[in-house]
Design a binder for this molecule. Structure first.
Ligand code: UD1
Length: 356
């Protein structure tokens, strides 16, 4: 079986890494990797390929940044050309980025079966670009690999019930596989002068937060009120917006530790030792749960409803007081049921793809 994997943005490299290992561990599949170039800075892309030992992409499309229409639109003819030339039996797409949408659209027009990994997630907020990307990709896909039971239910409600598989979350595979390696290899705590369980970790990059000056300001003001150091690795898009809106003064306090985007091992090491994670990232909300670290989500809703229901994740939106209170009050619940499966999602997905 010949599969064409489409990746482009940081979280997709982590997910694809695990399935790529599983697919390449048997001789029945031939995997060709296309990188759209949605994320292009070395610390957003190359470092992940190197560290996670992902095979070099066979095709690099170099699409880069742009408006959603531009970015997605520019990907389409480039992906179509590769798909026609490779003529795969299936196209694999991951998550909810513009690269996922373009990969699904290009494949569906060429009648190539699509496998969507991390299918069925819904925030029920169609103003999020990611929500549109997931809905379209799910409805175009032939195999829908769901990380959780809630995802299966979401698809059922939209009338999708064929070829829907509950495999667990592929990011959980990655956390289990790399966690101890990350804690041995990473020196980030030392570099930043941090001691274990004595800091908060925060990331922000969602359009709803960074493109809205009031929300961004309010979140950064909440950081000022926190009673421990806040490690804040800056996504390039967030850095641009902080400059554009003149909010730099809000990140100069001595307890706010700015960092460039982190590699996967440093991120895992920092996340596992944090007291609380504050984020608007979907992936980091899950990783917090997997690493048993409480999370405060800087959004008004989440796709990862089980993390909230189990008491590990708290929605604080962008409200300054709410964020500060939640972060300083939240604590780890006693139990963390296996809502993301058993860490064998990639093996299951590979088996289903090959045998189907
Ligand atoms: C994208 C995904 C989001 C995912 C996130 C992970 C979409 C709609 N969003 O958001 O689902 O959670 O990736 O990071 O696909 N930039 C750089 N260097 C880079 C990459 C981006 O400077 O290597 C800057 C550019 O100014 C760009 C901005 O970041 O305009 C946003 O990048 P983009 O790829 O549009 O979306 P993300 O916010 O990264």
């Amino acid at each position: 079986m010949k599969v064409l994997t489409v990746v482009g943005a940081r979280p997709q490299f982590v997910k694809a890494c695990m399935l790529s290992k599983a697919l390449r561990s048997n001789n029945e599949t031939d995997e060709i990797i296309v990188h759209t170039g949605q994320h292009y800075d070395d610390n957003m892309s190359a470092v992940f390929f190197e560290q996670l030992n992902i095979p070099e992409p066979d095709y690099y499309l170099g699409i880069g940044s742009g408006t959603h229409g531009e970015q997605t639109g520019n990907m389409l003819p480039a992906l179509e050309k590769v798909m026609i030339s490779v003529n795969p039996d299936a196209v694999l797409v991951y998550g909810d980025t513009n690269s996922t949408l373009a990969g699904s659209l290009a494949a569906s027009k060429l009648h190539i079966p699509i496998a969507h990994i991390e299918s069925g997630l819904r925030s029920f907020n169609r103003r999020m670009p990611e929500e549109i990307n997931r809905i379209v990709s799910d409805h175009l896909s032939n195999w829908l690999f769901c990380p959780s039971q809630a995802a299966i239910e979401n698809l059922k409600k939209e009338g999708i019930n064929k070829q829907v598989y509950l495999t667990g979350d592929i990011m959980y595979d990655a956390v289990l596989y790399f966690k101890s390696h990350a804690s041995q290899q990473s020196t980030i705590l030392k570099e930043l002068g941090l001691s274990e369980s004595n800091y908060y970790l925060s990331t922000i990059h969602r359009a709803e937060n960074i493109e809205n000056p009031e929300r961004l300001k309010s979140i950064l003001e909440a950081f000022q009120q926190l009673n421990k150091q806040v490690v804040f690795p800056l996504h390039p898009g967030t850095k641009n917006k902080i400059n554009e809106f003149g909010l730099n003064d809000l990140i100069t306090a001595s307890h706010i530790k700015l960092a460039d985007p982190l590699n996967y091992f440093d991120m895992l090491a920092l996340a596992s030792n944090a007291n609380v994670i504050l984020t608007d990232s979907g992936g980091l909300q899950k990783e917090a749960y997997m690493l048993q670290v409480p999370c405060v989500t800087l959004r008004d809703e989440t796709e990862w409803s089980e993390t909230v229901e189990t008491g590990w994740n708290h929605l604080a939106g962008a409200n300054r007081e709410e964020i500060a209170d939640q972060v300083m009050e939240c604590h780890a619940p006693d139990e963390s049921p296996p809502i993301f499966g058993d860490g064998n999602a990639a093996q299951q997905i590979a088996r289903i793809l090959v045998n189907d």
